[in-house]
Design a protein around this ligand. Structure first.
Ligand code: ADP
Ligand code: MG
Length: 432
């Protein structure tokens, strides 16, 4: 196992050890990461991912157990060795970019080299090379606040690359980016791994950012619960449908679907009314009542046990729900096809969904916007992007490669699409 660049032996880490606020953030972690691997730690917020990265970077020390870097115990590094390791051994990409606002891009990226005593001329030359590689050389003399989020993140990556470290740590590197920029960052991480041979360790809570990794460590409550390896084969073959299988094991139960549909069709109604509609929807979806009864209870007054909607509204909702049910049926076969052939083209299905999604919307879009929307719908159906990214990319200005739709329109399109995917959560929506 000489090739393991990082090894954890029964590592535990506590914040505020011995105090009432004590947190057991890492629990009995055992793992090895080989030189040149690209791995991800994947788990919900608060499960200890950042803490784990900090212990690798030597920013936090394990409370017990050992962390070996190239077979050497990190705890036995002298102060000076630790400083050198932090400057030359690891680069860190942060979610919130962490750029210094008062100095230029060039100075931000060159800073890690300055700590090593490299001359100004050499620093500048090397910095411009890195910026060039990331396609942002023309930003060298700008200040961080003058850049878009995507540009700032590229500067963050450039800075992490400054001293060409063998290990790259990325803490939720896509968290603040729209999908176009996030994909660029993923492409670049992959390039660093494959062309430069860097060992890359990414932590994330978003499944779609696992696109190119070789191994996934699933984390929960400070522990690793599962390790999943992926041959290059799996990685190459559209990771999308691979995730689809994992994340959409089946269309959801009637109850969950009823929630998303009720939420969508009764946008703006009271919780009471939505709950009542949900109740009848479940009955309808479970085929315990038919569409006629459903229509009748919708316009029965609320006090008499109905939903209390206007007749026309009731009629419209019934039609929408029937259409959604149909749409769901066709999605089911679509998903089956995606599972049996991950690379199956979905062009006509996506077109179909697009027409349905935008049916009641009056808007003019360009051919380019249309292509972008089709791509986004497909990525969402394949579960490559999250609902948040879907909305963000629709709403993002066209100048920044977004579709440039209004936020209200973007949210409505998301709700409608999610109502058939059955993944929309109410809480999530209220946040927006
Ligand atoms: P993640 O990155 O997966 O969201 P963290 O590693 O940030 O998780 O946090 C793991 C746990 O440690 C959480 O319960 C968090 O509240 C706690 N924690 C993180 N940082 C500190 C800190 N500086 N002091 C005390 N507790 C912390
Ligand atoms: Mg974190």
């Amino acid at each position: 196992m000489a090739s393991e660049i990082i090894k954890f032996e029964n590592v535990n880490f506590f914040y505020d050890k011995g105090k009432t606020s004590e947190t057991h953030a890492l629990k009995n972690i055992d793992l090895g990461i080989k030189k040149g691997e690209y791995v991800a730690f994947f788990g919900p917020s608060g499960c200890g991912k950042s803490t784990l990265l900090y212990t690798i970077a030597g920013i936090e020390q394990a409370t017990s157990g050992k962390i070996l870097i190239n077979n050497r115990d990190l705890a036995e590094f002298s102060q000076q060795e630790l400083a050198v390791f932090r400057q030359l051994g690891v680069g860190i990409i942060f979610q919130n970019f962490n750029l210094i606002p008062s100095i230029t891009v060039l100075e931000n990226v060159a800073l890690p080299m300055a700590f090593l005593g490299i001359s100004f001329d050499v620093r500048k030359k090397r910095t411009l090379e890195i910026l060039n590689r990331l396609g942002i050389a023309e930003l060298a003399y700008r200040y961080p606040h003058e850049l878009s989020g995507g540009q700032q993140q590229r500067v963050g990556i450039a800075r992490a690359m400054a001293n060409n470290p063998p290990i790259m740590l990325a803490d939720e590197p896509l968290g603040n980016l729209d999908s176009a920029n996030a994909n660029k960052v993923l492409d670049f991480l992959k390039e660093l791994n494959q062309k430069d041979g860097q060992t890359i360790i990414m932590v994330t809570h978003e499944a779609w950012s696992l696109r190119d990794v070789n191994r996934i460590f699933y984390m929960r409550d400070g522990a690793i619960t599962r390790i999943e390896s992926r041959g290059p084969e799996t990685v190459k073959k559209g990771a999308s449908s691979y995730y689809y299988k994992k994340l959409f094991p089946e269309l959801q139960a009637a109850e969950a679907r009823a929630k998303t549909i009720a939420h969508y069709v009764l946008r703006g109604y009271s919780d009471e009314e939505i709950k009542r509609l949900e109740y009848f929807l479940i009955q309808l979806l479970k085929k315990q009542i038919d569409a006629d009864i459903f229509r009748a209870v919708l316009d029965r007054p609320f006090k008499q046990g109905g939903v209390g909607l206007w007749k026309q509204k009731a009629e419209k909702i019934t039609r929408e729900v029937e259409e959604m049910a149909k749409r769901e049926e066709s999605l089911k076969s679509l998903f089956e096809r995606m599972n049996s052939n991950p690379n199956a083209p979905l062009k006509s299905e996506i077109e179909d969904i697009y027409i349905w999604l935008t049916k009641n919307l009056k808007f003019k879009i360009t051919a380019l916007q249309r292509i972008q929307m089709d791509e986004l719908i497909e990525e969402r159906v394949r579960n490559i992007i999250t609902t948040e990214h879907f909305v963000k990319a629709l709403n993002f200005p066209r100048a920044n490669y977004g579709v440039g739709l209004k936020i209200g329109t973007s949210l409505r399109l998301k709700d409608k699409l999610e109502s058939i995917l059955g993944t929309n959560k109410k809480e999530e929506d209220e946040k927006n």
